[in-house]
Design a protein around this ligand. Sequence first.
Ligand code: FCB
Length: 475
Amino acid sequence: MGFEEGGAVHSPSEEALMVEVFPEGFVWGVATSAFQIEGAHDVDGRGPSIWDTFAAQPGAIVDGSDARAACDHYHRYEQDIQIIRSLGVRAYRFSVSWPRILPAGRGAVNAAGLDFYDRLVDALLAAGIDPWLTLYHWDLPQALEDGGGWVSRSTVDAFVEFANVVSRRLNDRVTHWLTHNEPWCASVLGYAQGEHAPGKKSWPDALIAAHHILLSHGRAVPVLRSNVRGAQVGLAINTSPCEPASPSRADRDAARQFDGELNRWFLDPLYYGRYPQDVVEAHERAGRLTRGLPFVQPGDLEVISTPTDFLGINYYTRAVVRAEGIPEEENEPRTIPIPAPGGLTDMGWEVYPEGLTESLVRIHADYRPAALVITENGAAYANGPGADGCIDDARRSDYVRRHVEACRDALVAGVPLEGYFLWSLLDNFEWAFGTTKRFGIVWVDFATQERILKASAHVYRRIIRDGGIRQDKAA
Ligand code: FCB
């Protein structure tokens, strides 16, 4: 069976034991982001973004690569759309490059930049693919960073301006809008840990940046609703269940704190209009906040908690957290590597599909978003073409299958899960890892821009054709 090995083929007697779980209309998609695939960094009036600046710094990207060409999707989008279509995928999550639209971050609109997304959306619709548009997937215009970036409250206004410009142009064709991708990464990796652009290392600034990102989300929601009739608006968060490394009190406290920093710090304001007090105190103890949250102005939390239509979940792995043995003055729980029976991906991330079900069940129980959508899930594995030209990425196929099963388990548990977007369509520029980590179900040869479907692409096509993976009645 070659590529289709282990696919969802069942004998008639097995069929009788299977039940359908995925509802009609469940959205099967693939996801990408602008900076990671578009290339064409100086074409048609695009301005520089913080990621262009960051990638140019020696040592910032592990292999010294940059995304000036990336997958050249800017010029090859028609071919890429045909690939999506050939997979039977009917939804595509992509992001809009802010510096293509507003090269200086605000003010003058670059018509050629908007035209690109206009063509892209038209081509998607012509191919029968529903566009899911993310406004901010980390490529802040450098000009805004020069004015303080997300630490500056004026960036909130600039984001709303950007949301307005894009949504006025595409309002007749795009229904699904995500304001932000992974506010935790954009704020903590970018402003506290310095691993992502803009490469800053200040926790106090990161907490301000996180607040402004959330605020810009809340401010953009009514703008999108008023510009787009029938808009479905949400955002995507990165989430992991946080488990203690041992049953000790210290490790359990550490896991709770890490869950607070990663999950509750974002979900509590979005759904309850408040920051979690225990995490405020933990940040104070760690010296990241001096006294409370002076950057929160009256009314901000009401804005942030504006109701949305769906919550996007980006899930890759779980976090196992340890405090034991970590010097107390560090005041910081650590996530630690653990023996991983499910294996590790090339990111060193444990394969742990159960964590996806756990996250969905927990978020549904604690926050009751109107709907949930997996907006990213996937795995980095290096497999390239073999002697026969085929790419046998069996571990990725297995990863995808097991996580789709985890979605199924969440549906059985009553979670209103409405879609699954696989990360990623293409091998691409994986941020600080450059071109060293391949997440695509489609291989990209970065020298020639050749694309080759991997085995996992065929497996995903079969899953979609079968309407998901059904459940064993005995289970
Ligand atoms: C997520 C990002 C996405 C990609 C995957 C692997 O955190 O949203 O752009 O890098 O991780």
